[in-house]
Design a protein around this ligand. Structure first.
Ligand SMILES: Cc1ncc(COP(=O)(O)O)c(C=O)c1O
Length: 478
């Protein structure tokens, strides 16, 4: 190695060494220029020069308003999963036993959790929320203990309405009904527009929590082929509408769980128009809409809804706190009926959590928090994709989500995801088998991996899964 001539070169070499030795791992933030200048006892401009050298060598990268990070090397990506091709016949859902087993695993602290799509608690603003909660509890007197009957806390509805321009809507507080999480919002919508036995068109694959709601309500599903990038196939949907009496269309418009798909604007518009032509309500699930990795928040189908047929459902479970259980729905022409059903279901959403979220949004901390959250998830999704590429057999296929924090993995060969699940569990690792995401078992050779958390034990677990897969295929790792 040549002897560094200048001080900045020397500092750049020391940082490179720290990275090579693993003190700073890909994606880690390195000390700010000011901090490093203090640590090293040299001028700010020397450090600036050193960081410039490292940037030019592709070792670190500057991210606006965030600092300097160790670059995650580019890697040859695995191919993407194939598009689904489900049956054109409606079916009943029957998956709850398998799902309850998975939920039990998700709570076991002895397992490496790659299965349940839980947010990374370390990325959530828990300290801030706790401070707001205790202050509100101290100061609010009786207010926090009174029913906040539907449509829910005015201040919270106002905050939600204020943000609606960002995704193409212009709600007033009166358009919003607060619910206990996104799941309740979706359930209320289904209940409003469907009766047992009715057919609901869904994406294939579809988040299993919603499949459970459909099962409990005795509804039938018609799975529509769905592209891993741009969502539901609208020609297939149009065909299905002509062949069947579809009572509702249920879609995750932005960052489908598990697929990661995000419906482009033009297609959102087309979907809204299709619903209007056939007068079919759309239940739009947008719980992950804020978790985009690009520069701009994706819009919603609701933004193009002139007929009031779209019920936009969301919650704060993925980006503020899943435990506060606060969600909402903007229900268009179904608003009064949903408000009434919300009241008959459980009278009201708990008041204090609504107050806490309203204050968090009002205080202006939300956008700053979201910027950090998106950065962390983008990084972790990339690192997990790379680990899958490194450790899994080369015929594996992986989704390329542009938001959210799950990966959808198509296994090589004819490997059954439930077999992999069992062996993984014997090795203290949980994964979610694809079986759960289709009522007609379209995805028995897929798994969903949670990318929210990235740690060394997680990386080791991915390596182990790769080893198990090679073993199941009876081949040596190359
Ligand atoms: C697509 C999707 N919808 C809804 C939910 C549940 O939302 P909530 O916890 O707000 O009820 C989840 C949670 O995993 C989800 O992934």
């Amino acid at each position: 190695m040549p002897i560094p001539a200048y001080l900045y070169d020397k500092i750049a070499s020391s940082i490179t060494k720290l990275i090579e030795e693993g003190t700073y791992r890909p994606g880690d933030r390195i000390p700010s220029i000011r901090k490093m200048s203090k640590q090293q006892g040299v001028s700010v401009s020397t450090i600036l020069q050193a960081y410039l050298v490292l940037e030019n060598r592709g070792i670190i990268e500057a991210r606006p308003q965030a600092g300097y990070f160790v670059r995650i090397p580019e890697f040859d990506r695995l191919p993407e999963p194939e598009r689904s091709s489900p049956s054109a016949d409606p079916s009943h859902v029957g998956l709850h036993q398998l799902m309850m087993i998975m939920l039990r695993d998700a709570l076991d602290p002895n397992l490496v959790q790659l299965g349940a799509a839980m947010p990374n608690i370390e990325f959530l603003p828990t300290k801030r929320l706790n401070r707001i909660t205790s202050r509100l509890a101290r100061q609010s007197g009786e207010e926090a203990h009174q029913y906040e009957i539907p449509p829910g806390l005015k201040e919270l509805r106002l905050q939600i309405a204020k943000r609606s321009l960002r995704y193409g809507c212009h709600f007033s507080p009166d358009d919003i009904i607060i619910t206990s999480g996104g799941v309740e919002a979706i359930d209320l919508c289904l209940n409003t527009v469907c009766n047992p036995g009715d057919i609901v068109a869904i994406e294939s694959p579809m988040y299993f929590g919603t499949l459970q709601t459909l099962e409990v309500r005795g509804l039938r599903t018609l799975e529509i082929p769905t592209h891993q990038r741009d969502g539901m196939d609208l020609d297939a949907l149009r065909f299905a509408i002509k062949q069947n009496k579809i009572k509702a269309i249920l879609v995750i418009s932005n960052f489908n769980n598990p697929l990661g798909s995000c419906i482009p604007d033009e297609k959102k518009k087309e979907l809204a128009a299709l619903a209007a032509t056939y007068q079919i309500p759309i239940i739009e699930n947008d719980v992950s809409g804020e978790l985009y990795f690009a520069d701009k928040r994706p819009s919603t189908i609701k933004a193009y809804d002139e007929a009031g047929l779209v019920m936009l459902c969301s919650s704060f479970s993925k980006d503020i706190s899943p435990a506060l259980r606060v969600g909402w729905v903007a229900a268009g022409q179904y608003k009064s009926e949903i408000e009434w059903r919300k009241f008959t279901a459980n009278a009201a959403t708990a008041t204090l959590p609504q107050m806490v979220i309203a204050e968090f949004l009002e205080s202006g901390g939300y956008d700053y928090h979201l910027r950090q959250l998106r950065r962390e998830y983008a990084r972790n999704v990339k690192l997990l994709s790379q680990a899958v590429k490194n450790y899994f057999p080369p015929e594996t296929r992986v989704s390329r989500p542009t938001g959210g924090f799950v990966l959808w993995v198509q296994l090589p060969g004819k490997i059954d995801a439930l077999d992999l699940y069992k062996v993984a569990l014997e090795n203290d690792i949980t994964i979610t088998p694809g079986h759960l995401f289709s009522p007609t078992n379209q995805f028995s050779n897929f798994i969903r991996l949670n990318a929210a958390v990235w740690t060394l034990p997680i990386e080791r677990a991915v390596e182990k899964l790769g080893e198990i897969l090679y073993g199941m295929m009876g081949i040596e790792r190359g």
